[in-house]
Each structure stands twice: as C-alpha cells, then as structure tokens.
Ligand binder design. Structure first.
Ligand SMILES: *[C@@H]1O[C@H](CO)[C@@H](O)[C@H](O)[C@H]1NC(C)=O
Ligand SMILES: *[C@@H]1O[C@H](CO)[C@@H](O)[C@H](O)[C@H]1NC(C)=O
Ligand SMILES: *[C@@H]1O[C@H](CO)[C@@H](O)[C@H](O)[C@H]1NC(C)=O
Ligand SMILES: *[C@@H]1O[C@H](CO)[C@@H](O)[C@H](O)[C@H]1NC(C)=O
Ligand SMILES: *[C@@H]1O[C@H](CO)[C@@H](O)[C@H](O)[C@H]1NC(C)=O
Ligand SMILES: *[C@@H]1O[C@H](CO)[C@@H](O)[C@H](O)[C@H]1NC(C)=O
Ligand SMILES: *[C@@H]1O[C@H](CO)[C@@H](O)[C@H](O)[C@H]1NC(C)=O
Ligand SMILES: *[C@@H]1O[C@H](CO)[C@@H](O)[C@H](O)[C@H]1NC(C)=O
Ligand SMILES: *[C@@H]1O[C@H](CO)[C@@H](O)[C@H](O)[C@H]1NC(C)=O
Length: 412
C-alpha cells in the first residue's frame, strides 16, 4: 500500500502549498459569463417613473438556486418605492416624512427579493415569481431571467432629470457577484403578444455582474472518489478536501449520520454536513463499470451529505478526453460544451425534470445516479493509469477536489 502513503504526502503538499482552485479570480471554464440586470423605464409618472427590472443569467452553467437572489442598490437622491409587483422589498424603512399614503419602501438602500410561484395571478408580471431561482443558459434558457416592476417616487420624471441608482449588489444570498455601474443603453424594444406591434422603453440602463470564487471565501464544496470494476482499490475523496473534521456534534460543524437527532432545516447557505474524513457537502463517485470491446461504461453517483440543502437544478461539468465519443447517457440530460474547449472534451450533465433534478438533502434520498456509455476510439483509448478518470469535475459551477494522480486505481 505504498501508494497510500505517497498520496498522503502529495495531498499534504497540495493542501499546504497551493491555494484551492476555488480562489481563482474567475472561472476558467466560463471566462465570459455574466448576469445582466436591465432597468426599462416603461412610463413617466407625475412623481417619478415605472420601471421593469429584469435579471438575465448569461452564464452557461451557473444558476441561482434556493433560497434565491437578493438585489440591492443605493438611490442617488431620496427616491422611494410606491409599489412593486413580482417582487418584494425586504424592509420598509423610515417613511415618516409621508402623511396619508405611505410608500412601500423608503430605504436609501433597498433590497428586493422574488415572490413565490404561489403568488396570486393578479399580483404577477411576466417572468416573475420563481422563488428567486434563475436557471443557467444551457440547462433551461426559458427560465434564465427574472423580472419585477417598480413604481418609483420622489424621482426625476424625464430622461434628463432621472437619477440612476448606484452600487448595485446581487447576492444569492451569499456573496460571489460584483456588479459594475449602470450604463444607459439603447432603449429595449418589446414585441406585442400578437407579434404585430413593437413598443419601446422610454429609457434603459444595464448593469453587468460577474461571478468570482474569490468573493465567496469558501473552501471547496465537493470531492471526487474513483473506483474501477476490476480493482478493489478505491481512490477516496482526499481527506480534509472541504474542511477539517472536528468533534462529532452539531455545534462543531458536522453530524454523525447514526445520531438519533438528524436536523431538518430549510435551504440555508451554511452547510451542515455529515461527518466524513473529507467534510464535503457533495461527494461524486466516478466508477468504471464495464469495459467492452468497443465501448466502456461509467457510473457517476452524486451523494448529498448536506442536511441544509436540497440542490434544485443541480449540474455537473465533466472534462474527459472521450466526451467526443459519448454514445449514450442514462439518468440525466446532457450537452457538450463545445465553446469551452477546442477538443470537445467537456460536457454538462443535469437532472431530468420531475425525476432527479432535485438532489435531496443528506439521508436516504440524497443521491443521484447516472451512467455514461462511451465508444472506444482505438487511437486514444488507453487503460493506462488515470486516462479513464475525469480531468476535472464541477458541481454547480464549483470545482471538485480530485484524488492525486498516483492514488488512481489501476485499470488493467
Ligand atoms: C454579458 O454576456 C453576454 C452574453 O454572453 C454578452 O453578449 C455581453 O457582452 C456580456 N457583457 C459584458 C459586459 O461582458
Ligand atoms: C425618520 O425620518 C425623519 C425625517 O424624515 C427623522 O426626523 C426621524 O428621526 C427618522 N426616524 C428614525 C427612527 O430614523
Ligand atoms: C431623451 O428624450 C429625448 C426626446 O424624447 C431624446 O431626444 C433623447 O435622446 C433622450 N435622451 C436619452 C439620454 O435617452
Ligand atoms: C458605493 O460603494 C462605494 C464603495 O463600496 C462607497 O465608497 C460609496 O460611498 C457607495 N455609494 C453610495 C451612494 O452608497
Ligand atoms: C442591455 O441588456 C440587455 C439584456 O441583457 C441586452 O439585450 C442588451 O444588448 C444590453 N445592451 C447593451 C448595450 O449591452
Ligand atoms: C473533542 O471533545 C473532547 C471531549 O469532549 C475534548 O477534550 C476535545 O478538546 C474536543 N476536540 C475538539 C477539536 O474540539
Ligand atoms: C427538502 O425537500 C423535502 C421534501 O420536499 C423537505 O421535506 C425538506 O424539508 C427539504 N429540505 C430542505 C433543507 O429544505
Ligand atoms: C467539436 O464539436 C463541434 C460541434 O459538434 C464540431 O463542429 C467540431 O468539429 C468538433 N471538434 C472536434 C475537434 O471534434
Ligand atoms: C471519436 O470522435 C472523433 C472526433 O469527433 C472522431 O474523429 C472519431 O472517429 C470518433 N471515434 C469513434 C470510434 O467513433
């Protein structure tokens, strides 16, 4: 078992001498992804304007999941929000300067959240009320945007006097996105439902937000274990991939799965994980299942070890040289991400709606299982150590920690 000690040494080296890849300033697999927030002024009013605000997710595979987005900004003057549809301000603030009619929100820096899908129909607008969820571009482009409508008062009501909000913030609800300043752009055009009339906004401004792991300040959230049909040896998730194990109590940050008290909580950005040597909320097992003459088969098992989260619309990005010859996928949706590499070795996999698109919280149901069938390309297929294993795996856009190469199981 000399490879074990060698791998331990290598692991210690990796842990102590390199920073986690999640601290990279931008995501190498999606250098140009962004979220664009567009404000369309659709009406001037005697006291200000009515605007439709839409958040567009142009990222290929990073989505916003429960508990959803929070959009904030700082008014340039003393603007207030008289009414809001398809969203809600989290705090009213100090409206004591108003008598009679009181605005919805008087805060200098308001925060807006989405409404739930169960909102009554007469309080909805198009593209609203998704509980703060926004899909990624690849997974569900029809749901990659979210809108709400505001009526703003104590504000300029011409395109010369209106003041554009500053310091836009987008939280999910944790940090990660940085938004630039609003820029006035060409007014949006809208096609009527019968497609026979085009109207346009009175004024439009755009804000671009980009994601950076650097801002999330967090350890990896996912690790990979590798195994093969003909070799009992498993390369386990490297120890302490996502944190160091402490005492087995809830207050110390992990839960013993055998403990009678298994916590139940609503989706919460602070993970509460099962106690393991790696302490990752997500474990992915890549198992070489069969090696036929012309094909080979891999099973991927994703295990949720986080009691605080049902991962809705989960996705995986996998890089492996054989993806250009992927023949069949069982148990998930699939799309080759051809724009990410010249060799077509990267693919996105995600759950099938109403079947396994929600990776349930840790416990009996917290697993998803899928299979890939590859055609062997004689020119490239090799049973040499390591080739049959993935080069990189991302879960929901976060890079997963792989075992060190010298710990890989042999594929005879
Ligand atoms: C945001 O992404 C869209 C779609 O990929 C792209 O067209 C646009 O130029 C990007 N915006 C910025 C400021 O990078
Ligand atoms: C609310 O605003 C008024 C002036 O608009 C001010 O006099 C009052 O002190 C404020 N109240 C609080 C609690 O900040
Ligand atoms: C403001 O509106 C006027 C007239 O409608 C138009 O000519 C002008 O270009 C607009 N300015 C901006 C910044 O949109
Ligand atoms: C906007 O943010 C910057 C930097 O965080 C800060 O210096 C500035 O005061 C903020 N502006 C407003 C109007 O809050
Ligand atoms: C502003 O954002 C909208 C929506 O993302 C986009 O269609 C439009 O091209 C953007 N305008 C500019 C100038 O970037
Ligand atoms: C774990 O618990 C034991 C006894 O309860 C205590 O002595 C020890 O210091 C604890 N270790 C850590 C890392 O908290
Ligand atoms: C996950 O979903 C199940 C079933 O809908 C629910 O009972 C549970 O409370 C949810 N867990 C979290 C962490 O939201
Ligand atoms: C990658 O896929 C694209 C689209 O399917 C195809 O046009 C291209 O030739 C492929 N490139 C390689 C190196 O296989
Ligand atoms: C595998 O894919 C490559 C690139 O698309 C192609 O040139 C090759 O013929 C394929 N091999 C097999 C066995 O289908």
């Amino acid at each position: 078992m000399s490879f074990l000690s060698k791998s331990t040494v290598l692991l210690l080296f990796v842990l102590c001498c390199t920073s986690f890849t999640s601290t990279e300033a931008y995501d190498p697999l999606v250098p140009n992804g962004n979220i664009t927030i567009k404000w369309d002024v659709v009406n001037w009013t005697p006291v200000g304007y009515v605007a439709v605000v839409t958040i567009y997710n142009y990222q290929q595979y990073r989505h916003i999941e429960a508990p959803g987005w929070l959009l904030g900004w700082t008014w340039a003057n003393n603007e207030v929000i008289w009414s809001i549809f398809g969203g809600q301000t989290t705090e009213q603030g100090n409206c004591s300067r108003f008598k009679g009619n009181i605005p919805r929100c008087c805060k200098k820096s308001p925060t807006v959240v989405d409404l739930s899908p169960r909102t009554p129909h007469n309080q909805k607008i198009a593209n609203c009320c998704k509980g703060g969820l926004i899909s990624s571009m690849v997974q569900d482009p029809a749901n990659a945007a979210s809108s709400f409508q505001l009526s703003v008062g104590s504000a300029g009501n011409t395109n010369k006097t209106v003041r554009i909000p500053k310091n836009i913030t987008l939280n999910t609800p944790g940090p990660g996105y940085t938004c630039g300043p609003a820029k006035i752009v060409r007014p949006s055009k809208f096609l009527s439902a019968d497609k026979r009339r085009i109207t346009q906004a009175l004024m439009t401004w755009n804000i671009t937000c980009t994601f950076s792991h650097f801002l999330t300040h967090k350890a990896p959230t996912c690790c990979v274990s590798l195994s093969s049909f003909n070799n009992k040896a498993i390369a386990p998730c490297p120890a302490s991939s996502c944190g160091r194990r402490k005492n087995n109590t809830v207050s110390r940050g992990c839960v013993d799965p055998k403990s009678p008290h298994v916590p139940g909580h609503k989706n919460n950005i602070t993970p509460l994980v099962q106690c393991t040597s790696h302490m990752c909320p997500i474990k992915i097992q890549w198992h070489l299942k069969l090696n036929y003459k012309d094909y080979w088969r891999v099973t991927i098992r994703i295990t949720n070890l986080n009691y605080h989260m049902n991962y809705t619309q989960w996705n995986l990005i996998v890089q492996h040289p054989n993806f250009d010859n992927l023949t069949q996928v069982f148990g998930s949706k699939y799309e080759a991400l051809t724009s990410l590499s010249t060799t077509n070795d990267t693919a996105m996999l995600w759950g099938i709606k109403h079947y396994n698109d929600v990776l349930m919280q840790a416990g009996r149901y917290g697993k998803v299982h899928l299979e890939l069938l590859f055609r062997k390309d004689k020119a490239t297929f090799t049973s040499k150590k390591g080739w049959a294993f993935p080069q990189r795996i991302y879960f929901n856009g976060d890079s997963c920690v792989l075992p060190p190469p010298d710990a890989y199981p042999l594929v005879a």
